[in-house]
Design a protein. Structure first.
Length: 574
């Protein structure tokens, strides 16, 4: 009996993970480009990187408002229509989305251009107004781009999304970095330099939009299933889009609102608590410019693509009443997300300081800062300690990204919004209160950790009670977490050994870029080996999950033969 008969979800499972891998490769390339972009940018702007981050955080919030729900809604509806054979309806959904959300994007872009000075003044970053105006047109370009991406995602074709993301990142790097280097060489002011740097985002989104529109017009691939010519009215289709897109948009906007809160709260609260404005802005720049980008790097690259690819897979299964398949894919997606997230968090916890040193350089952020209580720290100290706290949040935010997408696939897009609202309320209270405490700047990562933990628990509750999916946290995550603890011990030992070895072979600091690369390489190898071994020994991964991986059938067969993987009972298609 072949494996497809043994496990009828294997084909769909491999399909969704294959799509996730496509997005992962693209996301990895995009993140590498982003790092290459951010390192010299941070070095050029120095402590004034906060001007760039303040402008970008406003754009990010408006970006979420205008686009976050759109690709999800289009992907979900197109997947359902295509599974039923309504290919013409799928095309109509995409066309309506492009028109409507193009108008919304244009409106947000115009509003940001007009009100940028007022927003910048209100947030306490008046120097960022020009940068906000420079990035505003990107809101229109990305809205159109997102609508088309959602259409192809619904058809299970992730290549247009992946390629357009790469194009967007490439031009952000070349145009933005080229412009800021030129502005810096001319002696331009910091606001002008920040505006030049951020113009790369606008240029990148423009060319990404051009590519995906041309691809849609001329591609002969990914033709939808047109066996049923039925097409609902434009009014009904628009209502469906709004019903899905609105709660998803509000959910994503609430998540990004936490970053916006950092822009508004951190500097003002630190100053009110007695810190000088210069110290407060330096700590803000260290947290938002050093800690947060690295914290976002691993889950955004390795886990978030799972959330994008699983949605059309489950939406299609539910559209044709295959609830058993949907339930199995749901548990697989959550477990795989957790299994990947655990070592990501361990790596940042153990090696966070050297990640910062490698990417941004230690010397530039090692100037002493005298705090209000008389203690002296450096921006690097603050950033590395913040990253250690955020390392624990990696697991929670990874699971949240997947569970939010799953709730959307089950037709419950309003539930993640309620969960996130509660999380943001807790985040605001915790951050605002702790910024006045001795924790100071570390209140920001602590509040994010608490927020995402609460949101994850609420999402799991909703999946169990409102969607009927039988999920048990202990059974799903206990073994991967134990494996993470074991690998953390092994990784820490390798990390200490690598630092000692570097001290023995070199007189230079172990925080130089070359030293950090050496230490990270040894620590990373120890992490991967120890985690994989512990996962196999403790049987923390199942046969069907291994089969989802690249070359999964071959790997699963070898591991079963060696006795390192338990063979699962056959699953019968409903």
């Amino acid at each position: 009996m072949n494996e497809e008969v043994k496990n009828p979800t294997a084909q769909k499972g491999r399909s969704f993970l294959r799509e996730a891998i496509i997005l992962t490769v693209a996301s990895f390339a995009v993140k590498i480009i982003g790092v290459v972009y951010k390192i010299p940018l941070t070095n050029i702007l120095g402590e004034s990187i906060g001007v760039f981050n303040a402008a970008y955080s406003i754009y990010a919030m408006l970006f979420m408002l205008s686009t976050s729900g759109l690709p999800v809604a289009v992907s979900k509806l197109v997947a359902a229509s295509n599974e039923k054979g309504r290919g013409l309806e799928a095309k109509r959904i995409a066309k309506l989305a492009i028109i409507v959300f193009g108008v919304i994007g244009f409106a947000f872009a115009a509003a940001l251009i007009i009100f940028a000075p007022n927003i910048a003044e209100w947030t306490g970053h008046s120097d960022s107004a020009l940068a906000m105006q420079m990035i505003a047109p990107a809101l229109f370009f990305i809205c159109v781009c997102a609508a088309v991406r959602g259409y192809f995602q619904g058809l299970r074709n992730m290549y247009p999304t992946a390629i357009s993301q790469f194009i967007e990142a490439f031009f952000k790097l070349t145009a933005g970095l080229g412009a800021v280097i030129y502005a810096n060489s001319c002696g331009a002011s910091i606001p002008v330099q920040a505006a030049c740097a951020i113009c790369g985002v606008t240029v990148g989104t423009f060319f990404a939009m051009v590519f995906i529109l041309v691809y849609r017009a001329f591609t002969k691939k990914s033709k939808p299933n047109t066996s049923d010519p039925t097409v609902d009215s434009d009014k009904k289709l628009m209502n469906l889009i709004v019903l899905v897109a609105l709660p998803v948009t509000l959910t994503a906007a609430a998540l990004y609102f936490s970053q916006f809160l950092d822009t508004v709260i951190i500097v003002n609260c630190l100053v009110d608590s007695g810190e000088s404005e210069a110290v407060a802005k330096t700590l803000y720049s260290a947290y938002t410019g050093l800690s947060v980008p690295i914290y976002d790097l691993l889950p955004a690259t390795l886990v978030f693509p799972i959330a994008t690819s699983i949605l059309p897979a489950i939406s299609g299964a539910l559209a044709v009443k295959k609830t058993g398949n949907a339930a199995r894919l749901t548990e697989q997606a959550i477990r795989v997300s957790g299994i990947i997230a655990v070592p990501c968090g361990v790596f940042l916890l153990v090696t966070g300081r050297h990640c910062i040193s490698l990417l941004y350089g230690a010397s530039k952020w090692s100037a002493p800062l005298t705090m209000a209580d008389g203690s002296v720290i450096t921006a690097l100290d603050a950033a590395s300690m913040s990253l250690c706290v955020l390392a624990f949040a990696v697991f929670f935010i990874s699971i949240v990204s997947t569970t939010n997408s799953l709730l959307n696939a089950y037709g419950k897009p309003h539930l993640p919004f309620f969960a996130v609202l509660i999380g943001i309320a807790v985040l605001t209270g915790v951050e605002y209160g702790l910024l006045y405490s001795p924790l100071g700047i570390y209140a920001a990562p602590v509040s994010s950790l608490v927020c995402y933990c609460i949101v994850m628990l609420i999402d799991i509750f909703f999946l169990r009670r409102r969607c009927g999916v039988k999920l048990k946290l202990g059974g799903m995550f206990a073994r991967p977490v134990i494996c993470g603890a074991l690998s953390a011990a092994a990784t820490y030992g390798a990390y200490i050994g690598a630092k000692a070895l570097w001290g023995a072979i070199s007189d230079t600091s172990n925080e130089t870029r070359i030293a950090s690369l050496f230490i990270l390489a040894i620590s990373g190898i120890a992490l991967v080996v120890s985690y994989v071994v512990s996962v196999l020994v403790l049987r923390a991964i199942k046969e069907d999950e291994v089969r989802l991986l690249p070359f999964g059938n071959r790997i699963a067969g070898k591991l079963i033969a060696l006795g390192w993987l338990k063979k699962e009972a056959a699953i019968i298609e409903e």
